[in-house]
Design a protein. Sequence first.
Length: 222
Amino acid sequence: MSGAALGIDGAAHRGALAVGGVTVAVLACGIDRSYPASHQTLIQAIGQRGAVLAELPPGTSPTRFRFLARNRLIAALGLATVVVEAAGRSGSLVTARLAADLGRAVFAVPGPVTSRQSIGTNRLLCDGAIPAVDGPQVLAELGIEGPRPPEPGPDTPSAAARLDPYTVLVREALPTARSGRAAEVLALAAETGLAPPKVLASLGLLAAHGQAVRTGGGWALR
């Protein structure tokens, strides 16, 4: 869960989508607006694979105050807050403080003392935040057993190539965008024998990999 912003937010969402996980974006504007505009495709993929949330009415524009107000939702909805980078004054520090006030765990990634982007995280560590080393360590601290990634080797496929069999099945059922046709979710479900939610999850993963695109009221292979 994050705010769909540029930088760490976008990387967190893309990482979750790339491994078939569920991710949630909390917007600082109306649900009908994609901000930043360059993340429109990403936000659409998040909506297909997880959820896009906003407490503001449709048409509302983002403002500095609304970003800070939005952070309290991110802090409250998560089991924990992980701050990867933060300057001395950063909205991420606001989220971390709100999470701590709510009794949530706060993690921080240590950084070089010479980096401006690590001033905030190092300060959080001094204040008692839990050092974040990697994903499995964070899950272990929370008492959650996560999936173990395969050991790297000469024949290990890239992240983009590691698609589960259901997603491969949906991909093979998609018409090409060049054909001018598009397949609806229910039609794909009937053709593949998968439940519509599973089809949606696979389409979100394919969209995150840049292999599928929504067009003409349906989906097609990019």
